[in-house]
Design a protein around this ligand. Structure first.
Ligand code: MRU
Length: 347
């Protein structure tokens, strides 16, 4: 068994403020940003300084506490009204990852159900934000370990993943990369293939960075190479994260995930989703109801300041797509691996 030696925590509560790893600067620069105000947390989520569904949830939890701290009243009703406005502001940052709304609702409910003074409610909110973070870390470790059961019956496997569903996208350890980490720890992993993940390149920049930090062998491929790699027999299974899973198992994840699932099916390569229960939106019966974020076309049109395309071309930039449940072999959760069509029973 190997020892995992390089924990990465994208969100840290320290000296009465939040410290975020600035994920827009990786892998070239490993720098952090201090967040003292809820408005700054909202901006950090919008601009993807912090990103990845569970990490957004953790950040939003602290954002709610920072907002609560800013409210200058001892009147409980007035406090709750102002907290609602902060919840609304944070809820408008990104539409697809349900963990954002899940964490905001949990913080609001905690405040509404607290019977103490405003000062006591604020203290409870900080404890709740810390609990959301710790629970996500524990959850990811459980997801990683449950993922060992889907590895093929061979000494070492190769896993292809898309986008970044690692420590950086969670409280730590990761969901899809949690499975990778556990497999590496158990010496059951030969190599990770990381789709570069156009247009923001989370695979090339973030997944590859995390793997290199941990000493896990990683090969970056362009998104268009997965079919070729599968035909060559390079990929044993695909494991991706999720931004929102509907009650029937349809799964929204980074754009390109759906085509990867179709390619995996065509090559008889099992395709798994790894995600915590906080990513399941039981209120939505199927994936057609999941809101899909559209991002600025500059993400496609240019690299840095250099334009790639002729003037006059138009662009379409949906950040996520929905993979139908019937393409998913199983959803690896903290409670075990669940067949998508049985998800509703496991609520
Ligand atoms: O736009 P991003 O970088 O926030 O998208 C992230 C993803 O799509 C991840 O794969 C998903 O959130 C799962 S993270 C454990």
């Amino acid at each position: 068994m190997k020892t995992l030696s390089n924990p990465i925590y994208p969100v840290i509560w320290q000296d009465n403020h939040v410290v975020l790893i600035d994920q827009t600067r990786l892998p070239g620069e490993h720098s952090t940003v201090n967040i003292n105000r809820s408005q700054d947390m909202a901006e950090a989520i919008t601009t993807m300084i912090v990103r990845g569904a569970p990490a957004i949830g953790v950040a939003a939890g602290y954002g709610m506490y920072l907002g609560a701290r800013e409210i200058d009243t001892r009147n409980r009703e007035e406090f709750l009204t102002q907290l609602d406005a902060i919840a609304k502001m944070l809820g408008e940052t990104r539409p697809t990852a349900v963990n954002l709304f899940w964490a905001i609702s949990r913080m609001l409910k905690t405040a509404q159900e607290s019977t103490g003074t405003v000062a006591e409610i604020k203290a409870t909110l900080l404890e709740t934000a810390k609990a959301i973070q710790q629970e996500d870390l524990n959850t990811c470790q459980a997801i990683g370990d449950h993922g060992l059961s889907v590895l093929p019956d061979k000494p070492q496997s190769t896993i292809l993943t898309h986008c970044n569903a690692g420590s950086l996208a969670t409280a730590g350890y990761g969901t899809a990369l949690g499975v990778v980490r556990s497999a590496w720890r158990e010496e059951k992993l030969q190599r990770v293939y990381a789709d570069e993940t156009r247009p923001r390149l989370q695979g090339a920049k973030l997944t590859a960075w995390e793997c290199v930090q941990e000493g896990i062998p990683v090969t970056v491929i362009t998104d268009s190479m997965s079919a070729h790699c599968m035909r060559e027999g390079k990929i044993d299974l695909v494991v991706v994260g999720a931004d929102r899973i509907a009650a029937n198992g349809d799964t929204a994840n980074k754009i390109g995930t759906y085509s990867l699932a179709i390619i995996a099916q065509a090559h008889n390569v099992p395709f798994y989703v790894a995600a915590p229960f906080s990513t399941i939106d039981f209120a939505l019966s199927d994936g057609s109801q999941i809101p899909i974020e559209e991002r600025n076309v500059t993400e496609i049109r240019q690299i840095g300041k250099t334009s790639l395309c002729p003037d006059g071309a138009e662009f379409y930039n949906p950040a996520f797509d929905v993979t139908p449940a019937d393409l998913i072999a199983g959803i690896i959760t903290e409670k075990g691996v669940i067949k998508p069509h049985l998800l509703a029973n496991s609520k």
